[in-house]
Write a protein that binds this ligand. Structure first.
Ligand code: 5GP
Length: 188
């Protein structure tokens, strides 16, 4: 396994994304929508990198219906009414794009003024559902990744960097597998 994106590389990119959002939404007050749980760390950093007024809200979704459709059940809905508002959906990673494209259709039905996507990682080679990602952190290789909000079996979300895991199934057999590696590379 290896560090794909270090904490400082992530920090720099998140700052750039925040500056781009502040520039594009100058004079407006967009709502950043974070998706629980993976997008929380990214949202928290991105939020602080935007100079200007904005609001945040959260949604929690879980897969529902036949595999490959992207249909999700909303476990926690937004508190804010997004009708007539500028919305930016903040995602940790977009893979096939099925989940996000379904979610975008749900949000569009609420008649926001605009909806854009900000994704830290874009596994563009795996895309099935066409999707426009207005703000993209990194074009991510087709590898399984953990850290900076992303989990394997709810673990590793708290790593400040993003690791590429060549054989994620090995983690199921030995959940502590990464620990010696993490001790060696340190956590910053
Ligand atoms: P999609 O519908 O785009 O295929 O699914 C996106 C979701 O799959 C992400 O929100 C994330 O939960 C999960 N996912 C996709 N690739 C990875 C990965 O490399 N690592 C982790 N931890 N989750 C992933």
């Amino acid at each position: 396994m290896s560090v794909l994106y270090s904490a400082s590389v992530i920090r720099t990119r998140v700052r750039e994304l925040g500056e781009a959002i502040a520039r594009d939404y100058a004079g407006r007050e967009p709502i950043l929508i974070g998706l629980l749980k993976g997008g929380v760390m990214f949202l928290a950093d991105l939020f602080r990198a935007v100079q200007g007024h904005l609001r945040i809200d959260f949604m929690s979704i879980s897969p529902y219906g036949p595999e490959g459709t992207g249909v999700v059940r909303i476990m926690k809905d937004l508190d804010l009414d997004i009708m007539g508002q500028d919305v930016i959906v903040v995602e940790d990673i977009v893979d096939t794009g099925l989940t996000l494209s379904y979610l975008l259709s749900v949000l569009q039905a609420r008649q926001p003024a605009s909806v854009e996507v900000c994704a830290l990682l874009d596994k563009s080679v795996r895309r099935i559902a066409p999707l426009e990602i207005r703000y993209r952190g990194f074009d991510c290789p087709d590898q399984f990744v953990v850290g900076y909000g992303l989990d394997y079996g709810q673990r590793y979300r708290n790593l400040p960097f993003i690791l590429s895991i060549p054989n994620p199934a090995a983690l199921a057999d030995d959940p502590g597998l990464l620990l010696p590696y993490l001790d060696r590379v340190g956590r910053t």
